[in-house]
Design a protein around this ligand. Sequence first.
Ligand code: SAH
Length: 274
Amino acid sequence: MPLAEVDGEVPYMSLVLVPTAERREAGAGCVSVVGLGPGGPEWLTPEARSELAGADDVVGYRTYLDRVPARRGQRRHASDNRVEAERARHALELAAAGARVAVVSSGDPGIFAMASAVLEEYERGNGEYAGVDLRVIPGMSAMQAAAARVGAPLGHDFCVLSLSDILKPWEIVERRLRAAGEADLALALYNPASRNRREQLERALELLRQYRAPGTPVVVARSVGSACESVSVTTLAEVVPESVDMRTLVIVGSSTTRVLQGEPPRVYTPRRYP
Ligand code: SAH
């Protein structure tokens, strides 16, 4: 019954349910680009968890959507990899129509992931999505998880590069690798290889060998946080590119990065630079 008609004649043991006001105005939905972390529920932040739970629609690459616990009444829109722009547009359209949308990304959504894709489409919309409340919910990036597994190889200045030349020319990758080599920065290498991209890592390592000693520590971290995780510590001279796939992150140390032999070996880059 309408609240106004409740007259106080309710029995002693009653339960009154009063709905809250409509939580948003019609037409003004929101998109949050949510980082799921590199794998494993323990790396999902409470903020990300609550965004996912509150979403009407969850949009994302199929493999990442599978990591989001199902909730009744929530719609899921799974897509293939590599259709980032389409996926982003779809999310913005749903939000423009009033939905609360979560776009999921692995790791941190701002690092080689969906946050830029959504912002690109938002800009391309030329005001079309101006009413959409757009937020980015950070997540743990693969490099943090990989580094933590072995110690602190990124404990001093480092640089982050994607070796993929799908969205940028290989000459740019090389120029940046040289600059990082020259500057003696440790490197976190994302997208080091895939089924079809096999030579990039080999070329990158070849280039870095011009700047770094053969014994420079290299960490090869695969599927960190998942059941098939494998992390190994090797050197720039001995690293085997064949062991690297698209679920792998490669960390190359700087001239000061050290390995403490043991089981497991510990790798760290001191905070002080000589
Ligand atoms: N936004 C993600 C990166 C997406 S790019 C993040 O912040 O982690 C995809 C690349 O990330 C992969 O090719 C791989 O290099 C790395 N990666 C993602 N998840 C990983 C994991 N669990 N273990 C190792 N590397 C991972």
